[in-house]
Design a binder for this molecule. Structure first.
Ligand code: FMN
Length: 277
């Protein structure tokens, strides 16, 4: 496939995995084909999958449950709780694609309870993704890319789990831009992308910082804690904030990292982009 740089992948895989998995990657890269394999209950992850398919000129397959989830949030929570109590995962229809013939699998899912949705657990039981290069992608209400990526690494220790792409379902209007940046930044597509500076040191909050935090987070359905410090970086799009928050309501006083973007456009409102728990 024209837009992929084989050498770059080889380097990335070697870097990501160390020598242990070097041979696996070398064997797979020359075929150079891409599959987008995804589960989506209410369509958000499907829109990322379809964008990936066209950007990467990839094959695509949706994971379908034998008994589909209803699409209703509360009903799905209830059903998942029952399944978890019984130690069950949902049956899925057999995958038609021969996953073995693909070099790279973009694996997509909504975040459920901080990790990949349970139909993905079923996929991992049924399909052999051992030794494959997997790029996770997901949509979420607040976050979960990092934790789900860690869970995939633990579940598939012999596969190469690359850095993934995640986007809040409330920010899908930015999908095309953000996905393209991700694909270029990680060497999957040719193009130019802005070099991102590091966040500066974590510092005390000013009144203006607090205002940004409240503007971005107060309307969200779940509490995102009280901000205790902030760091920033400045890009051509605007200012990115990284707030550390504490949730004093819970016994553990748990810590969260809340990322917020305030774009340069006139009248732009601060929006949180992800929460890392
Ligand atoms: C059962 C269930 C659990 C969820 N858990 C989380 C969660 O832990 N964190 C989060 O940010 N969003 C969570 N969400 C929200 C979904 O990740 C979000 O709506 C996603 O974009 C749905 O993708 P889809 O339209 O492809 O199904 C949950 C949704 C459901 C139905």
């Amino acid at each position: 496939m024209k837009k992929i740089f084989i050498l770059m992948f080889a380097c990335m895989v070697m870097f990501a995995c160390g020598n242990k998995q070097k041979d696996v990657a070398k064997e797979e890269i020359p075929q150079n084909t891409v599959l987008v394999l995804y589960y989506s209950q209410t369509g958000a992850t499907a829109s990322v999958a379809n964008q990936l398919k066209s950007s990467m000129n990839a094959d695509i397959e949706e994971i379908i449950c034998e008994n589909p989830y209803s699409g209703d949030f509360e009903a799905t929570i209830e059903r998942c709780k029952k399944e978890q109590e019984k130690g069950e995962i949902p049956a899925i229809k057999p995958i038609k694609a021969d996953v073995q013939k693909y070099d790279i699998i973009f694996l997509g899912y909504p975040i459920w309870f901080g990790t990949y949705a349970s139909p993905i657990a079923s996929l991992l039981e049924n399909a052999n993704l051992e030794g494959k290069m997997i790029v996770p992608f997901c949509t979420f209400g607040s976050g979960g890319l990092e934790s789900s990526t860690e869970d995939l690494k633990a579940r598939l220790p012999r596969s190469v789990i690359m850095e993934g792409f995640g986007i809040r379902n409330a920010r899908l209007s930015y999908l095309q831009d953000e996905l393209n940046d991700f694909l270029v930044r990680n060497g999957y597509l040719q193009g130019e992308v802005e070099a991102l500076p590091d966040f500066n040191v974590q510092d005390e909050l000013s009144e203006a910082d607090k205002k940004v935090f409240h503007e971005a987070c107060d309307g969200y359905q779940f509490p995102l804690g009280t901000p205790t410090s902030v760091s920033k970086r400045y890009t051509s799009k605007g200012t990115e904030y990284r707030f550390i928050t504490r949730n004093s309501d819970d016994v553990m006083s748990s810590k969260m990292t809340v990322y917020i973007e305030l774009r340069n456009e006139k009248n732009a409102k601060a929006e949180f982009t992800k929460v890392v728990r």
